[in-house]
Design a protein around this ligand. Sequence first.
Ligand SMILES: NC(=O)c1ccc[n+]([C@@H]2O[C@H](COP(=O)([O-])OP(=O)(O)OC[C@H]3O[C@@H](n4cnc5c(N)ncnc54)[C@H](O)[C@@H]3O)[C@@H](O)[C@H]2O)c1
Ligand SMILES: CC(C)[C@H](C(=O)O)[C@@H](O)C(=O)O
Ligand SMILES: [Mg+2]
Length: 374
Amino acid sequence: MSEVRVLLLPGDGIGPEVLAEARALLEALGPATGLRFSFSDDLIGGAAIDAYGTPLREETIEAARQSDAVLLGAVGGPKWDYLPKATRPEAGLLGLRKELGLFANLRPVKVFDALADASPLKPEIVRGVDLLVVRELTGGLYFGQPSELVRGPEGRRAVDTLPYTEAEIARIVDLAFRLARERRRKVTSVDKANVLNTSQLWREVATEVASRYPEVTLEHALVDSCAMRLVSRPRDFDVLVMENLFGDILSDEAAVLAGSLGMLPSASLHGAPPSRPGSPARLFGLYEPVHGSAPDIAGRGIANPIGAILSAAMLLRWTLGQEAAATAVEAAVADVLDAGIRTADLAGSGTQPVGTAEFGRLVRERALARLSAG
Ligand SMILES: NC(=O)c1ccc[n+]([C@@H]2O[C@H](COP(=O)([O-])OP(=O)(O)OC[C@H]3O[C@@H](n4cnc5c(N)ncnc54)[C@H](O)[C@@H]3O)[C@@H](O)[C@H]2O)c1
Ligand SMILES: CC(C)[C@H](C(=O)O)[C@@H](O)C(=O)O
Ligand SMILES: [Mg+2]
């Protein structure tokens, strides 16, 4: 039985609550997939600040490097909001992504049939949505220099910088095209080329990359009107590729289509996934739900674990090439939702919601049943 080393970084707020369900799922599926998961745990974010005085230790980066994959919950919360940028919980997550070179963040947004009426948008707008946000993750405003906030005698001033090189743009756009080739063959490259130099470069490079993929259609879209189309005509989209901050914002917006921010998973990779899942080579990845630590509901056992569970499915698919297991997990989530079972964020009035652990248990049961039925 092959061993898979997974580093668990539960983080803060609802992070540990949802990550427990992702872990239990992988553990349960191990025997059916011929894999033995060996988990190690570490602190990141606010929890690491409280224990070690820093949001990310060198030891944690090293432990991640020694693992096949990392599963992360969420970081941050009001307790640490007073801290300056470089020492906040969020800096721990950004540091980990950067140190591991995880430049490609895949954020799939699929609307489950049972949830077509869970969105505040009309069911006919969201039904059947299946899009993929490919977010550049290690460049742009998040990491550009200079970056400072100065509180001086002349007053306060602050600066953030948005840099991108041709190579950084080319590698993420290329990855978007590779993924689009296996999907519905359309890439929407999102920018603000009517204002930003980086976006003009982005558009040029995207057009050059596109010439290598004649079978895939490239569309350029300005980020502002794209944000509007995302909630008015979301089925227009297949793969969307964009810089770091645009991807952060548009992916949370896209969560409205899926019915809750708790629904969305993500994979952060340092290279192109094998063009077809199922390849024996392992591709290291950091997997995490798109949502944050949700301080408003933390500690109550009511968080939606689907984003974390679907992140574990992405781990099975992209790091381990276990397509059948990944599909079984996704179908198991659909089964539980089809049975009318919901966590509080999705439950309509008059519906009795189930808690995080109960939802996780039901998905595990269905995933195992589906996998053993072949
Ligand atoms: N990847 C991460 O670790 C990550 C991502 C986003 C935000 N954050 C951090 O989280 C903290 C809180 O940020 P925020 O409130 O703006 O965003 P958030 O994503 O934590 O929460 C936004 C809203 O969505 C709800 N929500 C989020 N996940 C949910 C889930 N699984 N189930 C049910 N409801 C869910 C919350 O209750 C809240 O009402 C901040 O410190 C922020 O920096 C971390
Ligand atoms: C917590 C924060 C640093 C992070 C980001 O902005 O990348 C989060 O919002 C996300 O989407 O993963
Ligand atoms: Mg975000």
